[in-house]
Ligand binder design. Sequence first.
Ligand SMILES: [Mg+2]
Length: 267
Amino acid sequence: MNWISETRHFVFDLDGTLILGNQILPYARETLDLIRSQGKSFTVVTNNSSRSIDNYFRFLTFLGFHIKPNEIHTSGKATAQYINQLKPEPSVYLLGTRALVEDFSAFGIACVNDIDAEPIDFVVLAFDQEITYKRIVEASILIRSGIPFIATHADINIPTERGLLPDCGSLISLFQTSTGIIPKVIGKPNIEMVEPILKQIGVKRNEMVIVGDRMYTDIEMGWRAGIKTIWVKTGDLNNNHLTSPGVTATSEIQTLEPLYHTLLNLS
Ligand SMILES: [Mg+2]
């Protein structure tokens, strides 16, 4: 991993890479602290769009991570940034949690609940843990009417203490089956998830690295975006068949410890 000396910005996946549920993985906090002390920077990313940036900021601070809100990036935030690029001050019918409505509002996006409101510029599907049949029906009517349909991410299931539970990707299947329309998807492995970070930090692709546990999201995003990757085998290793052909990680490690020591040797 000698190439790491060129890296100025680190993008860390959250679940399975820095934490596992409520458990902090070894060397996670130490590695982030070391990166900061070396004058480099990092972003923590997650495809989970059910929680807001503020939710994650409080949660990670509670776990003892030294992190700022602008160092956290969710597929919900990336979707808000993407929509704002297409249309300033857009109006959106959002299938999402109240936490995500707050993030969208902070980005100047109006979330409307009345399907007769004018205009509705986009229908956005997030990981909506508060969804009802009425909302599914209304979103379907809007999608069929031709309003652009965007999904925050396409993860099919979320691993929990109750096992695998339906995530946003399963809801995409529902709308796709009913309407025949496939949404534009923003979260990992799509490059729309990482491009705002490149812009925000102002680094070149060869000065960034993506560190993650999933081949088909974290590592594939780096491969698609032309950014180096480190595959850390602490999380979800069961679904590698979902990865596109030809995707490989720049480096592979079993835990974050070798990354920590490589960085330490640079100081
Ligand atoms: Mg992960």
